[in-house]
Design a protein around this ligand. Structure first.
Ligand code: FES
Length: 147
């Protein structure tokens, strides 16, 4: 049994310890805002926050996270007042939208560490892939959220 905290709630997963966090969140906790894109750590659609770091949840097993604090997009979007979400809405960032929860999680972690990131720092921190090419709007939204 694996125990950790998801969105400020303790959870216990009775799953194989090798299960990637992505699938525990989606299948056991019904937190489907965390998306499956590639499953190999390349796209970032599955990004969550673990103890203040942006982590690709397809790459970590639940046993590796015993006792850790995990935040998913659902925690940020609960009342739609998170500054990153407001900036995303104001900038009409999403196109198809599939990658955007991962983008928002990466942006949120970046802004906790760097209150005023340059475009170069944004590009370095946000290595997620958007097949619609919304990168310019993502940069603008992060700059807007930083203000
Ligand atoms: Fe995890 Fe693509 S699904 S990085």
């Amino acid at each position: 049994m694996t125990k950790f905290t998801v969105n400020n709630r303790p959870v216990e997963y009775r799953m194989d310890g090798d299960t990637p966090l992505l699938w525990a969140l989606r299948d056991a906790s019904n937190l489907t805002g965390t998306k499956y894109g590639c499953g190999t750590g390349d796209c970032g659609a599955c990004m969550v926050e673990v103890d203040g770091e942006a982590i690709r949840s397809c790459l970590v097993t639940i046993d590796e996270l015993e006792g850790r604090f995990i935040t998913t997009i659902e925690a940020l979007s609960r009342d739609r007042s998170h500054p990153v979400q407001q900036a995303w809405a104001a900038g009409n960032v999403p196109q198809c939208g599939f990658c955007q929860s991962g983008m928002i999680m990466a942006a949120s972690v970046l802004l906790k560490k760097n209150k005023n990131p340059s475009n170069d720092e944004i590009d370095e921190a946000i290595a997620n892939i958007c097949r619609c090419g919304t990168y310019p709007r993502i940069r603008e939204a992060i700059q807007r959220a930083a203000r």
